[in-house]
Design a protein. Structure first.
Lengths: 185, 196
């Protein structure tokens, strides 16, 4: 009896370890996560419109049908990225995701407070390497630090009614993400 | 021999418990920090870099990009206020007001997260296009049959879920369910399937 109780206790403890290990490892082994889905349609460091969701399928599940969206799949290994997106009439947001689809930063048109959302995306190391005076003069320069060297910028614009969808699509398609190589700086 | 059988049994039990718990956690949405209001639940922390391992695993598995907290908050409902699963063959009314937000949208999905085909190509509503009563409240009829006013077609599918997304909203990680976050009520008005 004691023997079987011991076997069950060992089984439960090992089960808990298996559970925690699979939860921790799953993000690294997922092949159908948002980044992988977008990698199939979006080239690196270019803004690519995401096809609108339809009943026949969508790039990602649970996409908001009222939004036009575009993504920039970035790679900062060759240098920081200069990003700009025009603000559409209703609501525009720019969200930043790591390689493992964690949203680490998001800004909307009101928070940006201008006609275009402009910012620079770089790794913490690239930020540290920036000449100091450059950092100081740039009082209204928005610098975003990416925890990973690759990731996704998602640009989304709301079409408050279906008739405004072309306007929203135009706004997200006009976003730019341009790599800044060390030569051009 | 007994030791061998014992170990095999222990390993089998470990596999069953471990993978079972993982599957259960990912399909039922067991991330911490849920904000539950009526039938609605949201995970504001999932849209930040503080997302816990469970949230990270479910993000990776589902394939969606979570709504960043600087952008908005997504609420999901899979049942009505009485706890019955949302059934596309029933007439459900979504009514009331939403928490403060610059814009909000509501959309209907099947279990896999796809939009549901319907004759009028209506997949959701935005706060701008909704028809409201004089006091600012709204009522959306979620049903398989065409209805006057705000009709959100279900296409007659058996199970669906509703997502209400608030954009540019003060609702966030620190929000507690209460008077300041009034979510719309979800009531099943009539349901021929349930009685039969």
């Amino acid at each position: 009896m004691i023997r079987w109780a011991l076997v069950i206790v060992v089984g439960v403890v090992l089960g808990a370890i298996v559970h925690l290990a699979t939860i921790m490892l799953l993000p690294r082994t997922a092949t159908q996560d948002a980044y992988s889905r977008l990698a199939a349609i979006a080239p690196v460091n270019t803004v690519t419109p995401v096809p609108p969701p339809s009943p026949d399928g969508a790039t990602m599940p649970f996409m908001d049908p009222a939004f036009a969206s575009a993504v920039c799949r970035y790679d900062l290994s060759s240098g920081p990225i200069k990003f700009s997106a025009p603000v559409s009439l209703a609501y525009t947001s720019v969200s930043f995701y790591t390689r493992s689809d964690i949203a680490y930063y998001a800004i909307n048109d009101r928070a940006a407070g201008r006609r275009t959302i402009e910012l620079e995306l770089m790794t913490p190391d690239q930020h540290a390497d920036m000449p100091e005076e450059e950092d100081v003069t740039a009082a209204d320069r928005l610098i975003v630090e990416s925890p990973t060297s690759t990731g996704i910028i998602a640009i989304r614009a709301l079409a408050p009614e279906p008739g405004l969808m072309p306007m929203a699509r135009g706004a997200v398609a006009a976003a730019r993400c341009v790599p800044q190589t060390s030569a051009s700086r | 021999m007994r030791f061998l059988f014992g170990s095999i049994f222990a390993f089998a039990l470990a596999t069953l418990i471990g993978l079972g718990a993982t599957y259960f956690a990912l399909t039922r949405g067991a991330a911490f920090g849920a904000l539950k209001i009526g039938a609605w639940s949201a995970y504001p922390r999932t849209g930040t870099s503080d997302a816990d391992p469970y949230a990270r695993a479910s993000i990776a598995r589902s394939g969606q990009l979570p709504t960043g907290l600087g952008d908005g908050v997504s609420f999901t409902a899979q049942t009505d206020d009485a706890g019955h699963p949302l059934d596309g063959r029933c007439d459900v009314v979504l009514s009331g007001t939403t928490p403060t937000a610059r814009f909000w949208t509501v959309a209907l999905y099947d279990a896999a997260g796809n939009l549901v085909a319907n004759s009028v190509n209506r997949f959701g509503f935005t706060s701008q296009e909704i028809v409201r009563a004089a006091d600012g409240t709204f009522a959306i009829s979620v049903s398989p049959r065409a209805d006057s006013g705000n009709w959100l077609p279900t296409g007659g599918i058996e199970r669906y879920r509703l997502m209400l997304r608030l954009y540019d909203t003060p609702v966030g990680v620190a929000t507690r369910a209460g008077k300041e976050v009034p979510m719309p009520a979800i009531v099943t008005v009539s349901c021929p399937q349930r009685q039969s």
